[in-house]
Design a protein. Structure first.
Lengths: 81, 151, 151, 81
């Protein structure tokens, strides 16, 4: 699965995207796995209320299932316009 | 009036606002009202060196298309245009524009207002301001999220 | 932000919407939001030969100026533009435009919407439609008068 | 005093403006004088609810005083925009 990071999530983790092999059933489980990796991940995911997630390029909730998903993205609230 | 003509553009290069405004819905005799909104890089404190707009290629286009389709479902629109830039921008530069054309002014105004509310909080763009004292990500405003509840 | 720059134009000749839109508030770094509204001659039934717009020279300019000043009192605006044509027009031609520039989008949207509501019912213009079956004055709509009560 | 007519008021009366010598104290009194002149005036002023008036180029009511006024205009509800 491709995992993408944008804005300050990207800056904290230090990369824009990476390939992640995971058995996580939901976004929340994926977040737990990532958090456990290193401090920079723990920092990026310290406050889920400040984060948004997209699953296969659609906005989703943290309890969204990951079955068959190719791409998950984490980012702060959007500031378009 | 059937499905509107929808055009979505996401690009780094500047766009020609005058030319886009001029040709939008030009010559249509069934559309009495055209509204445009343009967002411009502000430099409130006079110390902005540049703004960087990051986006999510692929999702951005889909999100803008979905927002425009949603507007077309709620209002009877003849044409819809959304242009949004990314990359580095200077103060005073145009970031984006939306345009709506409808039979009457109420639909054109409401649809443009709606597009802006959704685009602010639901299209994957993030702004970073680079100033004399360093750089910072522009925070989403609670009122932008609240604005969505109007619709 | 102090008194806005207000420009009022009343003329028979066509105006260059693209050029007007392009130069309106151009390069201002204190104004993040620009809204334009354009009114176009509609030909709903496909039999409009021409529209004639009559106005009250002298009063027209004063009324438009007063409407723009009133908008500037209610919202913090950087620039306001109103252009309105009179005389003969064909279907698809642009009748008029308003433009507003403000720090934030809410003020720019509301002020443009307000200007249109007032301009519809309080600026001395009258439209006559000439069609295959004769000519008739466009009647004021109750909803246009009602729209004024929003403000 | 100059009296101006616009749109169908102008068409019914048959002229865009005229000089009127009047002692009318209010717009309503001026309307009464005009109505009494000829049928075309009576027709133009038959329904005051369908008319608007401007006194010296400002919208006014039919009870507006005419003292010192140079210009009065009668017209249907406006249809700008």
């Amino acid at each position: 699965m491709e995992v993408l990071y944008f804005a300050w999530v990207r800056e904290r983790i230090g990369l824009p995207k990476e390939r992640v092999e995971t058995g996580a059933a939901t976004v929340a489980e994926l977040v737990e796995e990532l958090r456990a990796r290193e401090d920079r991940y723990a920092m990026a995911f310290s406050d889920l209320g400040a984060l948004r997630v997209a699953v296969d390029q659609e906005l989703a909730d943290f309890d969204a299932p990951l079955d068959g998903v190719r791409e998950v993205a984490f980012f702060p609230p959007m500031t378009g316009g | 009036m059937g499905a509107p003509r929808i055009r979505i553009v996401v690009q780094q290069a500047p766009f020609d606002f005058g030319a886009e405004a001029d040709r939008f819905a030009a010559g249509r005799t069934d559309l009495g009202a055209v509204v445009t909104f343009t967002g411009v890089v502000r430099d409130a404190d006079g110390d902005l060196q540049r703004m960087e707009i990051e986006h999510y290629p692929g999702m951005t286009e889909k999100a803008l298309e979905a927002i425009a389709q949603e507007a077309a479902t709620r209002w009877s629109l003849g044409e819809v245009l959304v242009i949004h830039r990314h990359g580095p921008l200077q103060a005073g530069e145009r970031i984006m524009m939306v345009a709506t054309a409808a039979r009457h002014r109420k639909a054109a105004f409401e649809a443009a207002d709606f597009l802006m509310d959704y685009l602010k909080s639901r299209a994957p763009f993030w702004k970073k301001e680079h100033g004399a004292d360093g750089a910072g990500w522009v925070a989403a405003r609670d009122e932008d999220e609240a604005a969505l509840r109007r619709w």
